[in-house]
Design a protein around this ligand. Sequence first.
Ligand code: SF4
Length: 455
Amino acid sequence: MDLAEKLEILADSAKYDVACTSSGVERPGRAGQLGSCRAPGICHAFTPDGRCVSLLKVLLTNCCSYDCSYCVNRRTQQRPRASFDPRELAELTIGFYRRNYIEGLFLSSAVAGSPDATMERMIETLRILRQEYRFRGYIHAKAIPGADPLLVERLGLLADRLSVNIELPSEASLNRLAPDKGKAAILRPMGQIARQSAASRRDLAVYRHAPAFAPAGQSTQMIIGATPETDRHILRLSESLYKKYALKRVFYSAYLPVVADERLPALSVQPPLLREHRLYQADWLLRYYHFSAEELLSPEQPNFDPYLDPKCSWALANPEYFPVEVNTAPRPVLLRVPGIGPKSALRIVQARRSQRLGMPELKRMGVVLKRAQYFITCSGRAPALRAARQEVAAALIDPKAFGVGVRQLSLDDFCAVPLPDSAPRVQALAAAGVEARRAAEQTRREAIECLTRRM
Ligand code: SF4
């Protein structure tokens, strides 16, 4: 099998792993060495400055000894198999880097034989890159659950970011769908990475040339929608992972049915992209807005509203918290207002030292007044506190849930279709034969009526 075929197979096998956005490392190029690493991030992603960066995202092998039921690479699945030799992959990475195709490497692997044997080959690949080619670009590597701690340590000394995929949101689901993996085997390396990363940061603060262990930290990925856990369960799990293991990111991956298995959703089921989006929004609230999972969802309401973003949902469920006076409220209180984000909250706090703020000033600071106006006062004046409930519902409802796109059937024939991340109700109506725009409009009307009644 030639290199191009291997690359096609192994890059295709890696595409289901979403935990590859990178950030946190700033490493300039150096004479006699190769590559550099910029803090905003490397990967198939858009950085905050709008730059699109690329990463070679590939598996070392897709010949897996395990049989996780949700995975295309599982042992019992019939599909083309391939493996890279460590040197072959290192040379391929360098070749791509020199041609300016990529800025770094995201290296994962199926479990070929045993976790230790697989990790040895991953480490050898990174060793060749770092020590023989003196490559200073970004490397994100997956640690294989169950591997020896010494191997995890060696991998962490070569990679910028490590991740161990938690895969499923509960131990019961893991035992049912991924019987070769265990909760302890996944959490143990996470704990080790957290400890060694912290120790390495402390050493680096004292000794400039101390070896850096996974300087960009660690992340994980969780599959959403393959198992019955609620959003509340998932969010509480993420919260505890952030606290216990100092994770940089938890990635949520809407389950895309790729294998027929009676324990999993049918192949015809659409991936729950809107649910994935809500979880990312809530995750953002945990990390940057000081919300807790318990505040956002309750045992009585364990799943997010498909039509409202989690912050608006929380604000409507907690009317006693509002209105918030923008000229006096502390920053954590401002952060709870729909339409006010961390940057605009900071700008408000800074600007009001020298002036009283009104609506025009808030608008200039980036506050989304369309939502914020129902929850704030400016020097005692309430811009829209007396608005009709239906108007408020229409302003707060999330347009993303009613997205409609266009599919081109032939050169001059186009048809409207619900976007993949529109609400399940829109998808269902369209599947039942209702024209996509009418399906979206009907669902929007129903959602506004329902929300108005609840307010
Ligand atoms: S260990 Fe499981 S999830 Fe990973 S490649 Fe093998 S079958 Fe897939």
